[in-house]
Design a protein around this ligand. Sequence first.
Ligand code: GTP
Length: 603
Amino acid sequence: IDVRRIRNFSIVAHVDHGKSTLADRLLEITGVIKPGAERAQVLDQLQVERERGITVKAVTASLNYTYNNETYLLNLIDTPGHVDFANEVVRSVTACQGVIMLVDANEGIQAQTVAVHNLAKRNNLVIIPTLNKVDLPRANPDKVKKQLKQVFNIDENSVLSISAKKGWGVPELLQSVIERIPPPAVESEGHFRAHIIDTWHDKYRGVLCLAYIHSGRVQVGQAVKWSSDSKVNTVRHLALLRPDEEAIEEAVAGQVVMVGCGPKGGGGVGEQLLSKELAESGAVTGMPPVKHMVYAGIFPADQSQHAMVSDAIRKLALNDSAVSVSPDSSPALGQGWRIGFLGLLHLEVFTQRLLQEHKAEAILTAPSVPYKVKIKGAKLLKQYRTDVILITNPLQLPDPNNIEEYYEPFVLGTIITPVEFIGAVTTLCIDRRGAPLPSSAVDDQMTMLQFVLPLAEVVVDFHDTLKSITSGFASFDYQDNGFHPSPLVRMDILLNGSLVDELSTIVHASRLEYNARRLTEKLKAMIPRQMVQVAIQAVVGGKVYARETIKAYRKDVTAKLYGGDVTRRKKLLKQQAEGKKKMRSVANIKIPRDTFIDVLKKQ
Ligand code: GTP
C-alpha cells in the first residue's frame, strides 16, 4: 500500500446530528454493506447503543474507494458522540489527519459542535464542515453556514451539504475527504511503532487492539513489546476491519489495523506497541493515562453473587479500558468495588451493560468526584511519598489538621442557548458555583455562554436541569479545567452518636448547611421507627450542622394494668426506659439495607 493513498478520518458531531447514519452510508457506497440492509447502523454494535441510540465504543472500518482511477484506503475511525466520551474521541483523533464535522442543518451549531471543533483545531486536523439532514423541510443551510462563519470563521464556500439518510451529496463528501485531508505523515522506514486506540476481548484470542502505526511495518510472527511491559510478545493476529475482520500478513505506517498477541498478549489503550529493538533502546515514553471524573461504588445485590458480579466487572473492564476498578467494602453493603468513570453517562452505560450482558444484579452508590489534598506532617509525607494526594473516597481523607489545602476538579462548560434563556441559564450556573466567562453570539437567536464550573455540581443533575429550564433548547458540553483550590470539608452522619461510614461526603463549605439538612431529612423519612429514639446528626469535626430525631415506638406496657397499682406501674415504665437506654448505648439501630441503598443511590 502506498501511504499517499491512505486517508484516516473521523466523523465528529453533536449527539444525533447523524454520525452513525453517515457512517452506514459510507459503508454502503464502498460496498461493505448492501444498500438498505436490515441491520440498522452497522457501527453501533452494542445493545446499549441500539437502545439508547448513542455510540459508546469507537469502532473503525477500512474502506476501499476508487477515485480518478486510483484506489484509496479510507480508514473511518468512528467516535462516540456524547460529552462523557470526550476522552475516547481524543484517543481516536490522534490517529486522524482530518474530520468530517457534521452539523444538523435544522438545529445548527450545538455545544458539542464547539467542543469537537476545538479538539480538531488543537490537533491540527483538517475540518470538512458538512451540513446534514438537508432533506428535512425545516432545514436552513444558509442560516447554519452563517453560524459556522460567525463562530468558527469557516468560509461558507467550503461547507458541504448532504443528507446522510437519503445519500445525497455523500459521494462528493468522500471525494472531499480524499482531496482535502492529507495522507498520514509517517515514517515508512524505521522501527515499528504503533499506539493503541481501542481494545476488546476475544474469548479465544485474548486481547485484541486497534492500533495506528506511526512508523515502520509489522508482520505476523514479529517480536514486539508493549511500552508498559518488558515481556517480549509475538504478533499473532493482524487484520483490517471492514468492519468485519480481513486477515493480513503485513501492515505499514499510516494504517489502522487490528493486532493481537495471543491469550497472554496484554496491551491497553494509550499504550504503544513497539518493535523489540525500539522498545529496548529506551527512546519511547508512554501516553498520559485516562482521567476519571466520576467515582461510584458497585455492590452485588446479594453477597452470594459476589463472584459472578466480580467476573462480570472484570470482563466489562477489559472491553471498556476507560474504567478503573478497585475493591471496596462497606458494613452495610458488603464487599464491592469502587469504579472510576469518565462521566455520568459512562457510569450508566457501564451498569446497564453489567445487567444486560452479564445478568449481574448490582447496587450503585451515589456518584462522587475525585478530590485532591495537599498534606503536611512528616509522617504522612513519608507514608504517601508525595505532598498532593488524590481522594476518590471521603473515608480516605487524612485528618484535617494534616491538610494544608483542598482542591476540587473544575470544568469549562459551554452552553449554547436561545437568547431568551440567557437569564435562567446564568442563574443556574451561578447557583452551581460557576464563574462566567465572556459570552458570544452564534446568530441573532442563539448565544454561546461559557462558565468555569465545579465538576461536583455538574455530575448530579445539571444536564437535566438545563434541559428543563430551556425547554430542551440548550445544549451543554464540558472539558476538563483541572483542579482548583476550594474550601472543602468532610461531613459525617452519626446515628445516635455512631459514625455511619458509607454516608460520609466531601462538601463545599458554602453547601454544608444545605447538604446537612437535606441528608438528615432524607434519612428521617427513610429509617423506620425503632424501639429506641434515633438521633440523626450531620457533623463536621465534632460540630453538629443538622439534627433530626425519629421518635421511638412507645409500647404501652402498662395497658394491661388497670387502676391504682402505682408502684407496679412505675416499675414497668422504669424497666422499659432501661431497655431503651441499653439499646441506645450499643447504637443497635435496625436500619433496613434498602435505606442505605436508597440514600446512596443517585437521586
Ligand atoms: P450518536 O451516535 O448518539 O452520536 O448519534 P448520531 O450522531 O450517530 O446520530 P444518528 O446517525 O443516530 O442520527 C440521529 C437521527 O437523525 C436518526 O433518527 C437518523 O435517522 C436521523 N438522521 C440522520 N441523518 C439524517 C438525514 O440526513 N436526514 C434526516 N431526515 N434524518 C437523518
